[in-house]
Write a protein of this length. Structure first.
Length: 278
């Protein structure tokens, strides 16, 4: 059951990543879309809580949930900006390597057992990251450095996010409480960003944000369930396969073409992820 929840999370995350990629081609504001999606997701989570009952919250729940929301928001913003600098398939595959951080934390902090195959998968993923970003040309593209900076920031944000999500289940914090605080904290962070950036608002951003918000609520509800019932290192690895959705979507929708060595890098990265969930 928890594997199915992890797969549902994978599909929703991959779909949302494709929507973020598509939105960049339309000139939509990344901050506005996320603000709409966080506000809608917050209202959905809060509304559900008011109907079913919300458990008492303490300071640690509020702080932890808000941090998760801020890290998720920043990770998505960095990923969207990375999509503007490089191909979606490679960008998504590299960012999916953030799974290494929570997998290692599951072993070192939460004392989960990691098998030899999982360690093999981690090493393969690291090597694949080098292959995918390798540029044989002596003339480095002007967008390469900012692309890699955005990718690294996204990996750090989403990797630490995974650790905090596991910590919330380890501390037996009610998932609904975490979701409410997560979306509330993320919304406040995005409001502050929107005031600083002062980008033009477009009506279509609300529709896109609504779709992403609904998918996000489904994804994170399944995510917390999978982390509660299953093995965190395997859950993180399955969720990181969301890059498969982006890779397939980028080829079908955006008609992106990859070089041979990049295709090999993407395949070995996915192989490494599969190894970590065996």
């Amino acid at each position: 059951m928890w594997i199915g929840a992890a797969l549902a999370t994978m599909f929703c995350f991959g779909t949302n990543n494709m929507i973020f990629k598509w939105s960049t081609t339309k000139g939509y504001s990344k901050i506005h879309i996320q603000l709409y999606f966080y506000l809608i997701a917050f209202l959905l989570a809060l509304g559900y809580g008011l109907m079913t009952g919300i458990h008492a919250m303490n300071l640690s729940t509020i702080v932890l949930g808000a941090l998760i929301g801020i890290l998720n928001t920043n990770g998505n913003i960095q990923m969207s900006k990375a999509f503007e600098k490089g191909p979606a398939s490679i960008t998504s595959s590299l960012i999916s390597l953030n799974t290494i951080i929570p997998i290692l934390s599951a072993a070192l902090i939460f004392h989960e057992h990691i098998t030899v195959l999982q360690w093999t998968g981690i090493i393969i993923m690291l090597c694949s990251a080098v292959v995918i970003q390798y540029s044989p040309s002596s003339n480095v593209h002007a967008e390469y450095l900012p692309w890699m900076i955005r990718i690294c920031l996204a990996i750090l944000s989403l990797g630490i996010l995974g650790i905090l999500m596991k910590a919330s289940t380890y501390l037996h914090i009610e998932p609904l409480n975490t979701l409410i605080c997560m979306y509330g904290g993320g919304a406040v962070y995005l409001i502050a960003n929107s005031l600083v950036q002062k980008e033009n608002w477009q009506p279509s951003e609300l529709k896109v944000g609504a779709v992403v918000g609904l998918l996000s609520v489904i994804a994170y509800s399944c995510y917390f369930f999978a982390l509660q019932k299953g093995i965190a290192s395997i859950v993180f690895s399955i969720v990181s396969l969301s890059c498969l959705v982006v890779v397939c979507g980028s080829c079908l929708i955006f008609h992106e073409r990859l070089k041979t060595y990049q295709i090999i890098g993407v395949i070995t990265a996915l192989l490494g992820i599969i190894f970590t969930k065996i």
